[in-house]
Write a protein that binds this ligand. Structure first.
Ligand SMILES: [Zn+2]
Length: 78
């Protein structure tokens, strides 16, 4: 059972966007992360947190679900 961990570099290479959403439907807190900024800060080899050990909702304190979403491709990548 060896799943390759997602790293910030993988997400960037696949042109994905990292999102986090509160598990409480009534809360609706949602955020997206700036991958380029995170790579600058943590490095492209930084692995994503795979369980709800760290991050909590910024609004109500409940756990958050991570998600990866495809970014709309730009004509000129920059
Ligand atoms: Zn919340």
């Amino acid at each position: 059972m060896s799943t390759r961990p997602w790293t910030l570099g993988t997400i960037r290479d696949m042109n994905l966007q990292l999102e986090a959403a509160c598990v409480e439907p009534s809360c609706g807190w949602f955020t997206t992360y700036d991958i380029d900024k995170m790579i600058t800060e943590f490095g492209a080899d930084c692995e994503l947190p795979t369980d709800a050990g760290g991050l909590t909702c910024g609004q109500c304190g409940a756990p958050v679900d991570f998600g990866l979403a495809a970014k709309a491709k730009r004509a000129a990548a920059g």
